[in-house]
Write a protein that binds this ligand. Structure first.
Ligand SMILES: CCC1=C(C)/C(=C/C2=NC(=C\c3[nH]c(/C=C4\NC(=O)[C@H](C)[C@H]4CC)c(C)c3CCC(=O)O)/C(CCC(=O)O)=C2C)NC1=O
Length: 184
């Protein structure tokens, strides 16, 4: 598993070079923006179960066959496995976002996932749809633009300083895109 720092070392080593100006600048900004990154991870992690259940519910609303006999979220054992998988995927995305590197997601979650799903008959398109809903939710939580259920007690904004988190939300979105790509 790599992070932004070990990745810089590996890149430099593969060129037998010292860690150079551009890499140092990128690490410097990784450190300078570190608190924002932690807030972004926290924004997702502390809304994780809501995020997962909403994404799986959304996926099922769009395709109710999933919870009927023959569907891959039927019976409850499979529904539970599906919710668990949503949690696993989200957890590895938060690890990647924390590390600033996708390798932990690739190596420990995505490696062989498509083959497992194909073998078990888990519909890849539905799984990708649930992941894309999680992506939209997480981007909203990171940017603190979450508007779902506004005006009710279910509406939640994180108590964080205002600032520009567009780069972090884009990075987070790219990890979800990686999951979707691995399943297609
Ligand atoms: C650490 C990384 C890791 C991952 C990612 C992982 C995934 C994983 N998901 C599985 C099953 C499963 N995954 C799903 C998921 C779904 N079904 C749907 O219709 C939806 C599209 C989707 C939810 C979004 C289901 C239903 C099963 C059970 C399938 C079965 O037993 O028939 C299995 C088979 C073993 C088991 O049932 O526990 C694995 C290994 N395990 C791991 O250790």
């Amino acid at each position: 598993m790599l992070d932004a720092f070990s990745r810089a070392v590996i890149n430099a080593d593969s060129k037998t070079a010292c860690i150079g100006g551009e890499e140092l600048a990128s690490l410097r900004s990784f450190i300078a923006e570190g608190n924002k990154r932690l807030d972004a991870v926290n924004a997702i992690a502390s809304n994780a179960s809501c995020c997962v259940s909403d994404a799986i519910a959304g996926m099922i609303c769009e395709n109710t066959g999933l919870i009927q006999a023959g569907g891959n979220c039927y019976p409850n054992r499979r529904m539970a496995a599906c919710l668990r998988d949503g949690e696993i995927i989200l957890r590895y995305v938060t690890y990647a976002l924390l590390a600033g590197d996708a390798s932990v997601l690739d190596d420990r979650c995505l490696n062989g996932l498509k083959e497992t799903y194909v073998a078990l008959g888990v519909p890849l398109q539905s799984a990708a749809r649930a992941v894309s809903i999680m992506k939209a939710i997480c981007v909203a939580h990171i940017n603190n633009t979450n508007k779902m259920y506004e005006g009710t007690s279910k509406f939640r904004k994180m108590d964080t300083p205002q600032g520009d988190c567009s780069a972090l939300s884009a990075e987070c979105a790219s990890y979800f895109d990686r999951v979707i790509a691995a399943l297609s």
